[in-house]
Design a protein around this ligand. Structure first.
Ligand code: NAD
Ligand code: UGA
Length: 465
């Protein structure tokens, strides 16, 4: 079997950056080049100040510091990196289509196709091409077709190797992966390619955790894993609504249910709703595929996971409005958290965006504080919705530089992200500064209800009265 010594990864995003950093660290004998068409992003990956890396992820900057410009390189010279590599990861974005056939559901594969055409154009030696991005089942067929029909006569072997890292714990997840999944053809050359990729991971992942399947099982398993995870969150969130009507406590219910070893205790935290760039996108994709293949019952089943999540976000916003005497117009509400979960600066599909939008439609004034999210990102997220003009958004919203900046005379605080630092705030001081009665809406079940009520807050959380 040929040993891989040069890797290229197309796409320097939340997956490409951390994944390749870990490969570079664990495989000093392999040269890893991460390329992207986004010059600004590559410049940040190369910035001498490691605080400027484009992605905030615990443990990442230490790994980049140890490997960058030794065996890890970031570049915009996509063509050179493709041609030099023996194995190419495609790790570009695959967002939901916003137009045309499949609008709002199907994955937009234009970036994937552009990569395939680019690889075909510049590759002058045989390559193993690895789908790292999350793709609809049977995409490998399209990639193979493009490569074989537009290439320069060199051989391409296509593998599927989906990524299962979660943001905020990406480095831990990559270092100690539950499993690595490699899908490929069962032909001798397909098997050799699977073994070559497996050999890279075997530098730090126990071999029994590296699963080999056919390419279609691998593509589909990634969508299914995300659908199952999101389904758990929607399931517990559905029960949280029931708890609020019955005086059952969602934490106690989750614990009681999760103690069953068949169910398990993880991923049962009721919340304001799941966010992130993938859960919704991947389920919508599963729904679209099921519909396209004439399976409407399967499509409807999975779509309900999304509908329940929308309901949970809406329910949280409506609870704020109804509790504040059915009007939030001109009231100041402080948001703690904007990222879709703690320990990341990623805000894609964050529940905070949708809760903010609902309150802004009622002409509330928001002050938003997140320890890792920049002002320009908050405004980009809200302007993108197109519900108000950018001027209106800037009139109604302040992005705070420090947590206590705008709590004076605030009517309410809403917690949207479970950042650990929120637990350490001087809540008595915050209470003193706020208008009375002072309300907290804890969308993450982060704070202690009893403690907050002793301070004097009117405290509302998910799944508990
Ligand atoms: P991202 O948007 O952070 O990064 C993608 C990068 O690809 C961008 O920087 C973009 O400029 C670049 N790109 C697009 N087209 C290109 C081209 N033709 N040539 C070179 N660069 C190009 O996306 P991400 O979050 O890293 O996700 C990438 C894929 O991984 C998606 O399919 C996603 O579903 C999947 N995934 C994401 C996560 C996650 O936690 N974010 C986890 C597992 C899987
Ligand atoms: C998720 C999966 O966990 C990863 O395995 C997968 O690789 C990734 O999607 C992907 O394909 O992009 P991620 O979205 O980064 O990872 O983060 P999660 O920890 O799964 O959280 C997703 C959302 O669900 C967050 O908004 C989180 O707050 C919410 N959540 C999670 C809950 O509300 N309750 C829970 O119990 C767990």
């Amino acid at each position: 079997m040929k040993k891989i010594t040069k890797i290229c990864c197309i796409g320097a995003g939340y997956v490409g950056g951390p994944t390749m950093s870990v490969i570079a660290k664990m495989c000093p004998h392999i040269k890893v080049t991460v390329v992207d068409i986004n010059q600004a992003r590559i410049d940040l990956w190369n910035d001498s100040n490691l605080e400027h890396l484009p992605i905030y992820e615990p443990g990442l900057k230490e790994i980049v510091a140890a490997t960058r410009n030794k065996n890890l390189f970031f570049s915009t010279d996509v063509d050179a990196a493709i041609d030099e590599a023996e194995l190419i990861f495609i790790s570009v974005n695959t967002p939901t289509k916003t137009f045309g056939k499949g609008k709002g559901q199907a994955a937009d594969l234009k970036y994937i196709e552009l990569c395939a055409r680019n690889i075909a154009k510049v590759a002058s030696t045989d390559k193993i091409v690895v789908e790292k991005s999350t793709l609809p089942v049977r995409t490998a067929g399209a990639i193979k077709n493009i490569l074989d029909n537009t290439g320069q006569g060199v051989r391409f072997e296509i593998l599927s190797n989906p990524e299962f890292l979660a943001e905020g714990t990406a480095i831990q997840d990559l270092m100690h992966a539950d499993r690595v999944l490699i899908g490929g053809d069962d032909t001798p050359s397909g098997q050799a390619a699977k073994d070559a990729l497996s050999a890279i991971y075997e530098n730090w992942i126990p071999k029994e955790r590296i699963l080999q399947t056919n390419v279609w099982s691998s593509e589909l398993s990634k969508l299914v894993a995300n659908a199952f995870l999101a389904q758990r969150v929607s399931s517990i969130n559905a029960i949280s609504a029931l708890c609020e009507k019955t005086e059952a406590n969602i934490q106690e219910v989750a614990r009681a249910v999760g103690f069953d070893s068949r169910i398990g205790s993880k991923f049962l935290n009721a919340s304001v709703g799941f966010g992130g760039s993938c859960f919704q996108k991947d389920i919508l994709n599963l729904v679209y595929i099921s519909q396209s293949l004439g399976l409407p019952e399967v499509a409807d089943y999975w779509e309900q996971v999304i509908l329940m999540n929308d309901y949970q976000k809406r329910r949280f916003a409506e609870n704020i409005i109804s509790t504040l005497y059915n009007t939030v117009t001109d009231k100041k509400i402080v948001f703690y958290g904007w990222a879709f979960k703690k320990d990341t600066n990623d805000t894609r599909e964050s529940a905070a965006i949708y809760v903010a939008d609902a309150l802004l439609e009622e002409r509330a004034h928001l002050s938003i504080y997140d320890p890792q999210v920049k002002e320009q990102t908050v405004f980009r997220d809200l302007d993108f919705l197109n519900t108000r003009t950018p001027e209106e958004n800037r009139h109604l919203i302040t992005v705070a530089k420090e947590p206590l900046q705008d709590v004076k005379d605030a009517h309410a605080i809403a917690i949207l992200t479970e950042w650990d630092e929120f637990k350490t705030y001087d809540w008595e001081k915050i209470y003193d500064k706020m208008l009375k009665p002072a309300f907290i809406f804890d969308g993450r079940r982060l704070l202690d209800k009893e403690k907050m009520e002793t301070i004097g807050f009117q405290y509302y959380t998910i799944g508990q009265v």
